[in-house]
Ligand binder design. Structure first.
Ligand SMILES: *[C@@H]1O[C@H](CO)[C@@H](O)[C@H](O)[C@H]1NC(C)=O
Length: 216
């Protein structure tokens, strides 16, 4: 079953990666996102540059731990274009991730970004899976100060395997990297993927699929 999830997820991931591997290079110094504009562009429309302030290029609070009191025991604080409008068109963003002991960021992909993760506190077990047909799992235990890269579109995960809490900072090669949580996408979509499709894909009984769907 795990095998099947990975096959499907890798296929989805590779398809996304081929379609949207690169963001266009900026054609001006900056293009601070104007959330009020209804213009449809690849990204967000630019605020009039005369209106731009230092605050548009700034975000505060990344020193604050996230609340990991949830079933996964992890918390992601994104600093994407939605939080930092000056990132618009620049093809880069970041995030802070906190992990309770044994906290997990479950298998997921970023359809539009490569991610570089740096452990700033604690010890993490991380891994990603190469695309079909190899589906090779590549893992490593990271200590404080270690850096790891998750190539664009590949399914990856992080788990805290240290004694206390942990946190990491990631840089991502998109202003809006997106996230596909593998389990949620397959078993928690709205509306649901017809259960017989999942039953056949995973070679499971319908009742097992229905149980999985009820979890998400
Ligand atoms: C953290 O989240 C839990 C669950 O939502 C909540 O009960 C708790 O008050 C939160 N803690 C803080 C410090 O915000």
């Amino acid at each position: 079953m795990a095998n099947c999830v990975l096959v499907i997820a890798s296929f989805v991931a590779v398809t996304f990666a081929m379609v949207t591997a690169f963001e266009p290079g900026p054609l001006q110094d900056f293009c601070v996102a104007d959330p009020t504009s209804s213009a449809r562009v690849n990204g967000l429309a630019c605020l009039d540059s005369k209106m731009v302030q230092a605050n548009h290029f700034s975000f505060s609070g990344l020193h604050m731990p996230g609340n990991t009191s949830n079933p996964l025991g992890s918390a992601v604080k994104p600093v994407f274009v939605g939080q930092l409008p000056g990132l618009n068109t620049l093809g880069i963003s970041m995030a802070r991730i906190d992990y309770a002991p044994w906290g997990l960021v479950p298998p997921h992909t970023h359809p539009r970004a490569t991610e570089i993760l740096t452990v700033l506190e604690g010890k993490l077990f991380v891994g990603f899976v190469t695309s079909n047909p190899e589906n090779r799992l590549i893992t490593k235990v990271l200590e404080k100060g270690d850096v790891f890269v998750f190539p664009i579109g590949l399914v990856h995960f992080q788990r805290n395997v240290g004694h206390g809490s942990a946190f990491s900072i990631s840089s991502l090669s998109s202003q809006n990297p997106g996230v596909v949580l593998v389990a949620n996408a397959l078993f928690g979509s709205t509306p649901s993927i017809p259960y017989d499709i999942l039953a056949k894909a995973f070679q499971l009984d319908n009742s097992v699929v229905e149980k999985l769907q009820a979890q998400f």
